[in-house]
Design a protein around this ligand. Sequence first.
Ligand SMILES: [Zn+2]
Length: 130
Amino acid sequence: MALTPGQTEQLLRMIESRRQVLQAELHEGIDRAREDSFGDLAGPAPDAGDESVATLIGDIDHADVSRDMAELRALDAARGRLQDGSYGVCADCGSEIEYARLKAAPAAFRCIGCQRLHEKTYAGPSGPSL
Ligand SMILES: [Zn+2]
């Protein structure tokens, strides 16, 4: 393992503080969802237009929460790998992930090369459908 104990300690602290931010955001999101019940958003006499706005706002909140949850799970997994000693090793090719990349993205589980390949394979416009 190429990471020094000091580097591991620093990454663990970054993971912990990011987890706390996300957990606070998630709690806020849940509180907000409780306060902004559908009726409050749509007003006392909702017409079809108001209803669709309320639905849209609900969808945006849900997307926020889903993204936070996904990041929190990734950070939890990273913390688990730190504890079992498999942290900092690329899940795809098994080579070491650079410390600079881990500092920028502590939950990263792929080296930069494999991550670029993964994004090229799974993101971006899908090719012609014909
Ligand atoms: Zn790799």
